[in-house]
Design a protein around this ligand. Structure first.
Ligand code: NAP
Ligand code: G4F
Length: 326
């Protein structure tokens, strides 16, 4: 059987790196884009375990011609569009760049794909942030929940989601949206709340820091593990019919509960160390997320392997180990 070829934008991000490892493990030839960076060493950090087994190319979602050239050369079977300005708080600081990348960028890669390799299957990294303030009466968000975003990031992702559905219907392309709820790992950027808490709590434990400054501790998130979620992305593209699927743990925890768990793991009480700094508050907050992933569980047989506790402990332990090595 012919070796399958995958193309991943944002291959050096959290999800891109795990997805690349997963697909290499399944026998795929894996290609992906990285952006030009003045310190090229930084770009390989998350790919250190597989960089010799994959093919990286310079590429940017803002450069449609470059994307089309790459897709024309590579002729992938599967395209995973994971690239994005993915930080919600920062999307209020750089709204134009966020919308250019996360909205127009999706259009750019869809057009490149439609012209260069329309027989491929296409995955779009859509987000639970699109639901914003909408919650169903049973306290879940699901595929049918109206979208009511509360950030430039959320608004940009709604455009990406809709244009992917439009290209599916208008041109008969195999384009799929994964509506993923928050997912974390030791490779999560350390300015997202979970990894910020794990990193700073480990520093406090080792006497390298004395406090942790956070924003809103009373928002709720449905936090899963990135490794479980990249399996879901792949499963979605193995389905004959394209569609939209929610991926979530079906549990929710507050930022406060998450802090308590991490500090307890290290034998400390978070109340003695955590303070609020208004600079981490958002102009508009999304207070509550809990995803109903019944559809992907029943139709595609996906379910997560990690529990929330196992994931937070793994992340905290990784920081402890890395500081202890120094
Ligand atoms: P991440 O770690 O921030 O990775 C994003 C990747 O996109 C990085 O490789 C980044 O490169 C690249 N990128 C940024 N702007 C780009 C541009 N203009 N052109 C090309 N590449 C660009 O994010 P992640 O957590 O892996 O998330 C992957 C995708 O899933 C994103 O689209 C995110 O919005 C979406 N998503 C994430 C979650 C979550 O909880 N993690 C949930 C739902 C949806 P640089 O390193 O050079 O910036
Ligand atoms: O970790 P966060 O920054 O993630 P957020 O905003 O939920 O976005 C993530 O999940 C989305 C899926 O729903 C993705 F689409 C998106 O790409 C990203 O991966 O913040 C989580 C919560 C928020 O309510 C925030 O206000 O934590 C709260 N928080 C409290 N203090 C903080 C902080 N968030 C950050 N980043 N830093 C803080 O100091």
């Amino acid at each position: 059987m012919k070796q399958k070829i995958a193309f991943i934008t944002g291959i050096n991000g959290q999800d891109g790196s795990y997805l690349a490892e997963y697909l290499v493990g399944l026998g795929y030839e894996v290609h992906g884009t990285v952006r030009r960076n003045s310190t090229p060493e930084n770009q390989d950090i998350r790919l250190s375990e597989i960089h010799l087994k994959i093919h990286t190319h310079y590429g940017d979602l803002l450069d449609q011609g470059g994307l089309e050239k790459l897709l024309d050369q590579i002729q992938p079977d599967e395209i995973y569009n994971l690239a994005a300005q993915s930080h919600v708080r920062i999307s209020f600081d750089i709204p134009q760049f966020t919308v250019q990348t996360n909205a127009i960028g999706v259009l750019n890669i869809l057009e490149a794909y439609r012209r260069a390799c329309p027989d491929a299957k296409f995955y779009q990294a859509s987000s639970s942030e699109m639901f914003g303030l909408s919650v169903e009466e049973d306290n879940f968000q699901r595929e049918t929940t109206p979208m009511n975003p509360v950030s430039p990031y959320g608004c940009s992702k709604v455009f990406g989601y809709n244009i992917v559905r439009n290209y599916r219907r208008a041109y008969g392309l195999h384009t799929t949206n994964g509506i993923l709820f928050n997912h974390e790992s030791p490779r999560r950027g350390s300015n997202f709340v979970t990894n910020k808490v794990c990193k700073t709590a480990a520093q406090i434990k080792l006497g390298l820091q004395d406090k942790l400054e956070l924003g809103n501790m009373d928002s709720y998130r449905d936090w899963g593990h990135s490794k479980d979620y990249v399996r879901a992305m792949h499963l979605m593209l193995q389905h004959d019919v394209p569609g939209d699927w929610v991926v979530s743990t079906m549990e929710t925890h507050s930022v406060r509960e998450m802090c308590k768990l991490v500090f307890n793991y290290l034998g400390m009480d978070y109340k003695n160390y955590v303070t609020q700094n208004p600079k981490y508050l958002r102009p508009e907050e999304l207070p509550y997320l809990k995803g109903d992933s019944t559809k992907i569980r029943t139709e595609l047989g996906w379910k997560p392997k990690y529990t929330f506790k196992e994931m937070m402990e793994e992340m905290t332990q990784c920081w402890l180990d890395s500081f202890n090595k120094k």
